[in-house]
Design a protein around this ligand. Structure first.
Ligand code: ZN
Length: 519
C-alpha cells in the first residue's frame, strides 16, 4: 500500500501527465516509507492509477489513463522523427519514455539486474566487510529538473492553498537507496547501514548535462568558474548554488516547467568501493646509524636504501591489503641516531584497507613479521587504534621529556674532574636558533629549550659519554657543538673547549601512548 493522502491526488495526476515516473511521483508526494519504493515500477504505477480511479469527487475522468497517454505521446514523437531512443554504450534503450525528473535512475536501475551488476563489481574488488553504506552521485541537471518539477508542484499546491516545503520532497538519491538497499544487502549478505566504514559508490552521468544546465551560466555567471580538474563547469555544487540564487521568475523564463522529455536516460558509471582508514600504533627501536626515518630522496633520486617507516609499514600494508599508508611518530631521529630503550611511539594510517579487522593473535603475528623482516628496527606494543586515539600521540609533545646518551669528543685533554661541572647543571635554559642543517625545511626562529639534567662517564682524555634528559624538540647535536654560536649556551662553551658529538642514541621517549600490550 502506498501511503498517499487525498491532498496528493492532484499532484499525482499532474506529475504523471508531465512524464514523471511512479517513484518520482511518490517523492513529490513526500512518501517517506522505504518499502513504498521497493515494489516494481509497474506495481507502483498500477497502484497510482488505482488511487486516481477511486477519485469519486472527480467528475471528469481523463479519456486515457495518464500512463497510456504518456506512451501515446512518445509514440507520436517517434513518428515525428524525433530521436526518442538512443543507444548509450551499446545498451539497448527500453521502450518507456524517460522520467522527466530522474532521467531513468528510478525507472531502470532499481531492479535486480542492475543490483546484481553492482554487487558483482563489489565482489571483484575483494573487500572483507560486514556492513556497507551506499553513496550515490547523480548528474547535475537532475537538480535543475527537480527544481522545475518542484515549481510545477508548488503552483498546484498554491492553487489548493496547501503548503509543502521543498525539503520535504524525498531526494532522488534517497529514493534510489531505499529502492535498492534491500536487494544489495541480500546479494552481498551484509546490512546496508548509514554509518558503515565500507562505502559502495554508484554514480550516473548523462550526455545532456551541459545542454540542460547551460541557461544557468547566463543567468548566474559568477556561480560557474572553470576549474582545472573538472571537465565541465556544471558541477553539482555549482548548479545547486545557482539554483539557490535564481528567482522563480528567472528560472521559468529560461527553463520549461514541467521539464521537457529527454531523449536518453542516465548511464551508470563504474561502481567504486572505499573502506575508511585503519590505524595501527606501537613503539619502535632503530638500531642502525645508516637508516633514515622516511625515504631519503633528493631531486627525485634515492640517496639511501630503506627507511624506518617502510620497514615498519610494508607488512601491515599487505596484511590489511591497503592502497597506501601515512606514517607519523612522536618526534624523529636523524639518520645516524639510534632509538633504544622502550622505543619511539608511532602510528600508521592504512588507506583504503581491503580488510579492516585483525584479532589479537593476528596483530601479534604481524608484529613478529615486521621484526623478522629486518634487524635494523624492532617494534613493540603493536595494536589497532582509533583516529582519535592517534592524536593523543601529538598532544603535549613539546612538554615531554626525552633521554639521550651521546659519545662526546673534546679538543682539550680532559680529566674525570673536568666532568664534575656537568653533573651539577640542572634545568639549564638554552636558546636555539634553527640549526643550519634543517634551515631548508624549518622556519628561522629562536626556540628556548630545557636541559633537565646531565651526567657524564669518563672514557679517555678526549672522550666521554654524556647522558642527558631534555625537553622534547631540543637539538642535541647543536647543544654539544654550539652550531657556530647559534645555540647558547652549548656544552663546548660550558667546558671551555671545542666539543663534538660522535654518536647519539635516544634512550627513551616519555610519551605514555600507545599503552603497553601485555606479552
Ligand atoms: Zn523518475
Amino acid at each position: 500500500m502506498l501511503s498517499l493522502k487525498e491532498k496528493d491526488r492532484p499532484i499525482v495526476r499532474k506529475l504523471l501527465d508531465a512524464g514523471c515516473c511512479a517513484r518520482c511521483v511518490l517523492r513529490f508526494c513526500c512518501v517517506g516509507k522505504y518499502s513504498s519504493y521497493q515494489s516494481s515500477c509497474q506495481d507502483i504505477n498500477k497502484e497510482l492509477l488505482a488511487f486516481l480511479s477511486h477519485d469519486a469527487s472527480c467528475q471528469e475522468q481523463p479519456e486515457d489513463p495518464p500512463c497510456k497517454r504518456m506512451k501515446l505521446e512518445s509514440a507520436q514523437a517517434g513518428e515525428d522523427g524525433l530521436p526518442e531512443t538512443s543507444a548509450l554504450q551499446g545498451e539497448p534503450e527500453p521502450q518507456d519514455p524517460k522520467c522527466v525528473a530522474c532521467l531513468g535512475v528510478l525507472q531502470d536501475f532499481c531492479d535486480e539486474t542492475f543490483v546484481k551488476q553492482v554487487c558483482e563489481t563489489v565482489r571483484e574488488r575483494d573487500y572483507k566487510f560486514d556492513s556497507l553504506v551506499l553513496a550515490v552521485s547523480l548528474p547535475a541537471q537532475l537538480s535543475v529538473r527537480e527544481h522545475s518539477c518542484w515549481l510545477y508542484v508548488k503552483k498546484e499546491l498554491r492553487e489548493k492553498s496547501m503548503c509543502v516545503e521543498k525539503e520535504d520532497v524525498v531526494q532522488v538519491k534517497d529514493a534510489f537507496k531505499w529502492a535498492i538497499q534491500g536487494l544489495v544487502g541480500r546479494e552481498l549478505s551484509a546490512p546496508v547501514l548509514c554509518n558503515s566504514a565500507f562505502e559502495v559508490s554508484i554514480g550516473f552521468t548523462h550526455a545532456d548535462t551541459d545542454k540542460d544546465c547551460h541557461f544557468l551560466a547566463t543567468v548566474c555567471s559568477n556561480c560557474f568558474k572553470p576549474a582545472k580538474n573538472k571537465a565541465s563547469v556544471f558541477t553539482r555544487m555549482a548548479v545547486a548554488k545557482a539554483l539557490e540564487k535564481i528567482s522563480d521568475q528567472d528560472f521559468l523564463r529560461h527553463y520549461p516547467c514541467p521539464p521537457h522529455r529527454a531523449s536518453s536516460r542516465c548511464t551508470p558509471l563504474e561502481t567504486t568501493c572505499l573502506h575508511s582508514s585503519v590505524f595501527i600504533a606501537g613503539r619502535y627501536n632503530k638500531f642502525s646509524r645508516e637508516l633514515p626515518q622516511t625515504p631519503w630522496v633528493i631531486d627525485g633520486e634515492r640517496r639511501m636504501e630503506g627507511s624506518v617507516e617502510e620497514l615498519i609499514a610494508n607488512p601491515p600494508l599487505s596484511s590489511f591489503r591497503a592502497d597506501a599508508f601515512n606514517f607519523s611518530s612522536s618526534g624523529r631521529e636523524d639518520v645516524d641516531v639510534r632509538t633504544l630503550g622502550n622505543g619511539r611511539p608511532f602510528a600508521i594510517e592504512l588507506v583504503n584497507p581491503h580488510r579492516a579487522r585483525l584479532n589479537k593473535a593476528e596483530v601479534k603475528q604481524l608484529q613478529e613479521t615486521i621484526n623478522a623482516s629486518s634487524d635494523k628496527i624492532r617494534v613493540r606494543d603493536l595494536q589497532i587504534v582509533t583516529r582519535d586515539a592517534m592524536s593523543r600521540m601529538k598532544v603535549g609533545e613539546e612538554e615531554k621529556t626525552k633521554s639521550y646518551s651521546a659519545l662526546i669528543w673534546t679538543k682539550k685533554a680532559i680529566t674525570k674532574a673536568d666532568l664534575d661541572i656537568i653533573g651539577n647543571i640542572k634545568e639549564l635554559k638554552i636558546d636555539q636558533k634553527t640549526p643550519l642543517r634543517v634551515l631548508h625545511r624549518r622556519p628561522l626562529a629562536v626556540r628556548q629549550r630545557l636541559i633537565h639534567s646531565m651526567s657524564a662517564r669518563y672514557l679517555d682524555t678526549h672522550h666521554f659519554t654524556l647522558l642527558l634528559r631534555t625537553q622534547a624538540g631540543t637539538y642535541i647535536k647543536e647543544f654539544v657543538h654550539g652550531d657556530f654560536g647559534r645555540t647558547k649556551p652549548s656544552l663546548g662553551g660550558l667546558m671551555e673547549t671545542e666539543a663534538d658529538i660522535l654518536e647519539l642514541d635516544v634512550e627513551s621517549v616519555d610519551v605514555d601512548w600507545p599503552p603497553a600490550v601485555p606479552e
